[in-house]
Ligand binder design. Structure first.
Ligand code: NAI
Ligand code: MG
Length: 353
C-alpha cells in the first residue's frame, strides 16, 4: 500500500526519537512491499520560533490530508514563561481537536525484562496486558467555566453521541483482543456517569453481545488497577477519569520511555506519539529511549493503515530487543546503556526476514 505519513518531530528529544523511528517504518515498508511517504512539519516550540504559533495552518492542513501523524514531543524551558501568549502544548490540543480525535488509547504491557523498573511487585505484573481508552474531547475539561471572587465552577457535560462513539471504539478493540471491556464511571454520584453507564450498557447489548462488559466505579478502579492489573483487557472511561487512570496505569510498565499512545477519531487519520514529554534534561545527547515512539509507530501501522501483521512484527522486535537487554540509560545498569540510534538499530535487526 501507499501511505502518506505526516511527521512532527517537535522539541527536545522529539527529533531524536522520531528520526530513530523512521528507519523502522522504512524497513517494514521495504520488507512488506509498501511505500510510505514522510512529510515533516513543525509543531510546538519550534513552530512558535519559526511561525509565531504552535500549530501553523500548514501543519494542520497536511495532517488532515495524511493517512496518519507520527509525533515526537513538544515543550521545553525556552517556551515555559507563564506569561507567554502562546505555549507549545496548545499545538497538541489544537491538532487533536482539528482532526476530531476523541479516543486516546494507551496500551500497558509490562515487559518481563523491565518489571524491576516498576514500583509494583513483579508477581502482580506478569501477564498484564491492558489498553486504557480515554475519551478526549468532552467532559469537565471542555465544559463552560466561571470564576468570581467567591467561587468557581466547571461544567461536566456529555452527549449520548460522544459516549456512543468512544464506547464503540473501545468495544471494537476489546473484540480484537480478549473480548472484555471495563467501563469506569462514578454512577453512584454523577448524572453524566449515569448517562455514561446507560449508554454503554445499551451499546454493548445491541452491538457487542460477544464482548463482556463490567462497570467499575473510578475510586475502586484506582485501587484494582494496582492490586489486580491482570484482570483487565480494555478499559474505557471519560476524559478526567482517563487522564488520572492512564498516568496511574503507566506506573505498571516502569519506564516512561516504553509507553506508546494513539489518538483516534471517526476517520482513519490518527496521531501516534509516546506518552512522555520532550525530556529537556537529556535532549541532544542521543541517549533517549526510542522504544515508546517505535511502539507508537506500531500502533500507527495497526490503527491507521490496517497493517496488523506489520504492527506485530514491530512489537515483537521491540520485545526481542528488551529480551536481549538492549537498554538505553533509563533502563540500563550503569555503564551498560546503548544510544538512541543503537536501540533503534537493534529493533531493525530483530524485525525478521
Ligand atoms: P518528560 O516526560 O519530558 O520527562 C520526565 C523524565 O523522564 C525526565 O527525567 C526525562 O529525561 C525522562 N524521559 C522522558 N522520556 C524519556 C525517554 N524517551 N527516554 C529516557 N528518559 C525519558 O516530562 P517533563 O520533564 O515533565 O516535561 C518536559 C517538557 O515536555 C515540558 O515542557 C512538558 O510540558 C512537555 N511535555 C510534553 C508532552 C507531549 O508532547 N505530549 C507530554 C508531557 C510533557
Ligand atoms: Mg495527564
Amino acid at each position: 500500500m501507499h501511505a502518506d505519513i505526516v511527521v512532527l518531530p517537535g522539541d527536545g528529544i522529539g527529533p531524536e526519537i522520531v528520526s530513530a523511528t523512521l528507519p523502522v517504518l522504512e524497513t517494514i515498508a521495504r520488507r512488506h512491499g509498501h511505500a510510505f511517504a514522510f512529510r515533516e512539519h513543525d509543531i510546538g516550540g519550534i513552530a512558535i520560533d519559526r511561525h509565531g504559533e504552535p500549530l501553523p495552518a500548514t501543519t494542520l492542513e497536511a495532517a488532515k490530508q495524511a493517512d496518519a501523524v507520527l509525533l515526537g514531543a513538544v515543550g521545553g524551558p525556552k517556551w515555559s514563561d507563564p506569561n507567554a501568549k502562546v505555549r507549545p502544548e496548545q499545538g497538541l490540543l489544537a491538532i487533536r481537536k482539528g482532526l476530531g480525535l476523541f479516543a486516546n488509547l494507551r496500551p500497558v504491557r509490562p515487559h518481563p525484562a523491565a518489571l524491576g523498573a516498576s514500583p509494583i511487585k513483579p508477581e502482580l505484573l506478569e501477564g498484564v496486558d491492558i489498553v486504557v481508552v480515554r475519551e478526549l474531547t468532552g467532559g469537565i475539561y471542555f465544559g463552560d467555566k466561571t470564576r468570581s471572587d467567591t467561587d468557581a465552577t466547571d461544567l461536566c457535560r456529555y452527549t449520548v453521541a460522544e459516549i456512543e462513539r468512544v464506547v464503540r471504539s473501545a468495544a471494537t478493540l476489546a473484540r480484537s483482543r480478549r473480548g472484555h471491556l471495563t467501563s469506569v464511571d462514578k454512577a453512584n454520584v454523577l448524572e453524566t456517569s449515569r448517562l455514561w453507564r446507560d449508554v454503554t450498557t445499551r451499546v454493548m447489548r445491541e452491538e457487542f453481545a460477544d464482548v463482556t462488559v463490567e462497570h467499575q466505579l473510578v475510586d475502586s478502579m484506582a485501587m484494582h488497577l494496582l492490586s489486580k492489573p491482570r484482570a483487565y483487557d480494555v478499559v474505557v472511561t471519560e476524559n478526567m477519569f482517563g487522564d488520572i487512570l492512564t498516568d496511574e496505569a503507566s506506573m505498571l510498565a516502569g519506564s516512561l520511555g516504553l509507553l506508546a499512545s494513539a489518538s483516534l477519531g471517526a476517520g482513519k487519520v490518527g496521531i501516534y506519539e509516546p506518552i512522555h514529554g520532550s525530556a529537556p534534561d537529556i535532549a541532544g545527547k542521543g541517549i533517549a529511549n526510542p522504544y515508546a515512539t517505535i511502539l507508537s509507530a506500531a500502533l500507527l501501522l495497526r490503527h491507521s493503515l490496517g497493517l496488523e501483521e506489520e504492527a506485530q512484527a514491530v512489537e515483537h522486535a521491540v520485545d526481542r530487543a528488551l529480551d536481549d537487554r538492549v537498554f538505553t540509560a533509563d533502563l540500563a545498569a550503569p555503564g551498560q546503556a546503548v544510544s538512541t540510534a543503537d536501540a533503534a538499530q537493534a529493533v531493525i535487526d530483530r524485525l525478521g526476514a
